[in-house]
Design a protein around this ligand. Structure first.
Ligand SMILES: NC(=O)c1ccc[n+]([C@@H]2O[C@H](COP(=O)([O-])OP(=O)(O)OC[C@H]3O[C@@H](n4cnc5c(N)ncnc54)[C@H](OP(=O)(O)O)[C@@H]3O)[C@@H](O)[C@H]2O)c1
Length: 288
């Protein structure tokens, strides 16, 4: 029996992805809130899916280890879709780095141990592309994630500081955490494929209408969305379709890459330094 795992599978993009996975394969969905997981499992199982909920905090390696072992005890772990994450307005800098950045390390490393073939999809974000290089920690700090998790967190948190406003600093921590997630995913790809035939790649969504973005509506979001040709955010299903299609065995040559799926926002010139109305026309024009 094939077993798939969706972290953050109780809500949003993860829930939509779980709903698109094959019904004849088991799916373990995880998150910190058991009631959300049970509700999603109940709803999708009523439609013929085989979902099992298990609590797991991806920032804790022991939790992820147990999750991977539990999934492997059910059958052959095939697709791991790592959606768990928190936004810049949901937590402080350290928590964001521990969940989004270290969580990606824990999920990739612990599932690598129990998988043979299959794929790991790491959900990053287009916001991982918008900071200028000078605001990013650099590869030396990123490599610490593999050698010394606590030093890694300390250095990442320190770099995610623009001034005294902790709200802005948390947003920067989110962008850095997602830049790291993409970097780390790309780094895993060669070793995982060469040693165990596991495909690893990432997806960088733009604005998606999920519980995470409910509180993010406002002028800054409107400006960002004005950089999409579509002039709107995405539905979770639009991302879930891409994720599950690329996780499918038939997409067998995709590894070590990131797919930006943001309606064109980053490619159309949106960035940390152009994220205001004033720059929009100029950014779009320069892009041509
Ligand atoms: N929505 C967007 O616009 C957008 C854009 C770019 C990237 N993304 C990324 O897409 C992914 C999914 O987000 P979403 O939009 O679908 O939001 P969401 O509905 O809030 O989903 C996030 C999920 O992650 C789980 N989670 C949070 N912290 C966790 C932890 N420490 N351990 C395990 N699970 C945890 C949450 O469940 P619990 O709270 O119960 O743990 C929740 O189910 C995230 O990584 C996010 O950063 C979203």
């Amino acid at each position: 029996m094939k077993v798939n795992v969706v972290t953050g599978g109780g809500t949003g993009i993860g829930r939509a992805a779980a709903a698109m996975l094959p019904k004849d394969e088991k799916v373990v969905i995880t998150g910190r809130r058991l009631e959300k997981l049970n509700k999603t499992a109940e709803e999708l199982n009523a439609e013929g899916h085989q979902l099992v909920g298990m609590t797991c905090d991806v920032s804790k390696r022991e939790d992820v280890k147990k999750l991977a072992e539990f999934a492997a005890s059910l059958g052959d772990v095939s697709k791991v879709i790592h959606c768990a994450g928190v936004s810049g307005s949901m937590a402080n800098r350290e928590t964001i780095i521990r969940i989004n950045a270290l969580g990606t390390v824990h999920v990739n490393q612990e599932f690598y141990k129990v998988m043979n073939g299959g794929c790991i999809v790491d959900v990053a974000s287009d916001s991982g592309y918008i900071l200028p290089g000078i605001m990013l920690p650099g590869k030396g700090v990123y490599r610490l994630a593999i050698e010394d998790e606590d030093r890694f967190v300390t250095k990442m948190v320190k770099k995610a500081r623009l001034g005294k406003d902790e709200g802005t600093n948390s947003q920067i921590a989110y962008m850095i955490s997602k830049n790291f997630a993409r970097w780390y995913s790309e780094r895993c790809a060669y070793k995982y494929m060469a040693n165990k035939g596991i495909r690893v790649f990432s997806i960088s969504p733009g604005y998606v209408e999920t519980p995470m973005t409910e509180k993010e509506k406002g002028e800054a979001t409107d400006i960002m969305l004005s950089y999409t040709g579509l002039k709107r955010g995405a539905a979770p299903e639009e991302l879930a379709y891409i994720i599950t299609a690329l996780a499918d065995e038939r997409a067998s040559y995709l590894a070590g890459a990131d797919l930006v799926c943001d309606g064109g926002v980053v490619n159309n010139g949106y960035g940390f330094l152009t994220a205001t109305k004033k720059y929009k026309e100029k950014a779009l024009e320069e892009n041509w």
